[in-house]
Design a protein around this ligand. Structure first.
Ligand SMILES: NC(=O)c1ccc[n+]([C@@H]2O[C@H](COP(=O)([O-])OP(=O)(O)OC[C@H]3O[C@@H](n4cnc5c(N)ncnc54)[C@H](OP(=O)(O)O)[C@@H]3O)[C@@H](O)[C@H]2O)c1
Length: 214
């Protein structure tokens, strides 16, 4: 499943990396979804830019989801909160392009690091297979950013999309859209969605939309 909060013009972050578009009700909604999944996946830039905790905080949860970072060059800082915070387990998927001493350092800090192939690109289907087989992960939430989500969509691995539209226009060729990458071409390969639900947020300014893959 994908969950993003975006501006009216489809941006999930501005050109300077500002991405705090959620109202308090949207944060609760996101954390309810986090509480329903076994793992939350984000790309390296999201960790570098936002330093998120990626834990469930606004609702009760029996077990925190695993935090999964996709980072082909292993660029995330060692003092990132996903590394230092021990509320939940963190797993990093990287490639042979990663500095070996950094892989070892992260492992010594209790982080599980999988090195998958030459890289820098990692197949998301390989990541999901490992998560399923080795860690029993069944339900995954991909939160972004746009580059990571492109790989999820490109590999056809998204079954549900939840989008909250916030009342902002961000603009800018260098702002981050919900899906980046090279993009699809036309009706032969566009990723098709079926509208399931539309709700107006309790804040009165946001719309939350649920789609399923056709
Ligand atoms: N509004 C929202 O809901 C929301 C949610 C999440 C994030 N965001 C925003 O999104 C922005 C970041 O988005 P972004 O598109 O720049 O970056 P991103 O998707 O967070 O991270 C991209 C990086 O992740 C790694 N990566 C992703 N897919 C990979 C793959 N298949 N194989 C290997 N590595 C892969 C690569 O790191 P390497 O270069 O190390 O290979 C790539 O450069 C941030 O500003 C954040 O605030 C917003």
């Amino acid at each position: 499943m994908v969950y993003v909060t975006e501006s009216v013009d489809g941006r999930i972050a501005s050109k300077v990396g500002y991405s705090k578009f959620s109202c308090k009700y949207d944060l609760i909604r996101l954390h309810k979804v986090r509480a329903e999944v076994d793992a939350i996946v984000v790309g390296a830039n999201t960790v570098i830019r936002d330093d998120p905790l990626l834990t469930v905080r606004y609702v009760e949860v029996d077990k925190q989801p695993i935090r999964v970072i996709i980072d082909g060059y292993l660029r995330i800082p060692l003092n990132s909160r996903v590394v230092t915070d021990k509320t939940s387990k963190t797993i990093i998927f990287t490639s042979d392009k990663a500095p070996k001493d950094k892989v070892e350092k992260l492992r010594s800090l209790g982080i599980q690091v999988f090195v998958l192939g030459e890289g820098p690109l990692i197949r998301i289907s390989d990541v999901l297979n490992i998560l399923c087989k080795e860690l029993g992960v069944k339900k995954v939430l991909a939160e972004g950013g746009g580059t990571l989500l492109w790989h999820f969509f490109k590999e056809g691995l998204v079954d549900e999309v939840r989008v909250t539209i916030s009342p902002y226009v961000v603009g800018g060729v260098n702002a981050i859209s919900m899906v980046m990458g090279e993009g699809f071409n036309d009706e032969r390969d566009l990723f098709r969605l079926e509208l399931i639900k539309v709700e107006i947020c309790r804040c009165g300014g946001e719309v939350h939309i649920v789609y399923k893959k056709v």
